[in-house]
Design a protein around this ligand. Structure first.
Ligand code: NAD
Length: 307
């Protein structure tokens, strides 16, 4: 089986940048593009790759195109064009594969895959988990939906960016798992913030609480990996934006509606995060949600000497 070597990479943001760099480091020929000229210029300066002047140029040069964009609508617009402007579909050769590694909505992914199949183009959805840290280390968890044959052809590409590759089923299944994972992760974060605020108002030391909880049954990814580093430290700089978490929660709630599944707790979590998003500054980190809860109850989780 021939493995593709020429990769078009679209979206050089917090995640796309290290992921594209890892493809280059693994020996792939990368042609990259970001709509933001500053992102495009700095990536081109630091890496040995071609920078594309347009999506059409990138598509013409690529066997596989990886998209790492904010959401599925932007992926669709980049592929099919919004109002007939610069787009991938016309110049991407037949037999090419589009791998959408963004956290997109699965319903849109299935529709896009069908349109592309009509043009002789394959599609995989391969969203990731692990954040900027694991993107840097090329140890992302990657959940891949699509046909076995296309996944096999593209496996070396995925292996260059991640260390755990899960086959989740047909096209759209990776995006569905990703949205549900992030829904659960958000519920864990919000639940933990509430528990810590009650504890602080009772007079508990958040540091002591964290130590106990991380050795007890209430621990979760937020208490283990986010509280000390981003919330108690007041850094709020995880690299995963609140607007992206809200998008993922909305995707998961829509999926629940489509499958007629009642999800009261997660739907409430989405509303809480939407309220925080409406109030917090543009570009807020998802861990800034803790600040919104703190302001609601007038209690801060900062360490005593930082208050
Ligand atoms: P980001 O906002 O940092 O990067 C997105 C990049 O896409 C930006 O550089 C932007 O200029 C570019 N872009 C936007 N529209 C474009 C277009 N039409 N053409 C070309 N480039 C365009 O976002 P991110 O944090 O890198 O996240 C990317 C995706 O990965 C999202 O779907 C997100 O939900 C998902 N994700 C993020 C994390 C994380 O920790 N940040 C973790 C897992 C998954």
């Amino acid at each position: 089986m021939e493995h593709p070597k020429r990769i078009g990479f679209v979206g050089l943001g917090k995640m796309g940048r290290p992921m594209a760099a890892n493809l280059i480091a693994a020996g792939f020929q990368v042609i990259a593009r970001d709509v933001d000229p500053a992102a495009q210029e700095s990536f081109g300066r630091q890496h040995t790759c071609t920078m594309a002047a347009s999506l059409a140029e990138l598509a013409a040069e690529s066997e596989v195109i990886v998209t790492m964009l904010p959401n599925g609508k932007i992926v669709r617009d980049s592929v099919l064009g919004a109002n007939g402007d610069d787009r991938i579909v016309d110049s991407f050769p037949k037999g090419g594969v589009l791998i959408d590694m963004s956290s997109s909505a699965p319903q849109g992914t299935c529709q896009l895959g069908e349109i592309l199949a009509g043009q002789g183009i394959e599609m995989l959805d391969a969203p990731v988990s692990g954040g900027v840290g694991k993107a840097n280390e090329a140890t992302l968890a990657i959940m891949v939906g699509g046909t076995d044959e296309t996944i096999q052809r593209c496996e070396p590409i995925l292996q260059a960016m991640g260390s755990k590759i899960f086959r989740t089923g047909g096209l759209g299944s990776g995006h569905a798992v990703k949205a549900l994972n992030n829904m659960l992760s958000a519920v864990g974060l919000v639940g933990a913030v509430e528990a810590f605020l009650v504890g602080k108002r009772f007079g508990l030391d958040p540091e002591v609480m964290l130590e106990v909880i991380n050795s007890s049954t209430g621990r979760n990814n937020s208490t283990e990996n986010k509280f000390e580093r981003y919330i108690l430290s007041r850094a709020f700089n995880s690299g995963f934006a609140l607007d992206l978490m809200l998008k993922d929660l909305t995707t998961a709630v829509d999926l629940a509606k489509d499958t007629q599944t009642p999800i009261m707790l997660s739907a409430l979590c989405r509303e809480l995060c939407a309220s925080a998003h409406a109030v917090l500054e543009k570009g807020a980190d998802h861990t800034d949600v803790a600040r919104w809860f703190e302001d609601l109850c007038g209690t801060h989780l900062a360490k005593e000497d930082e208050e």
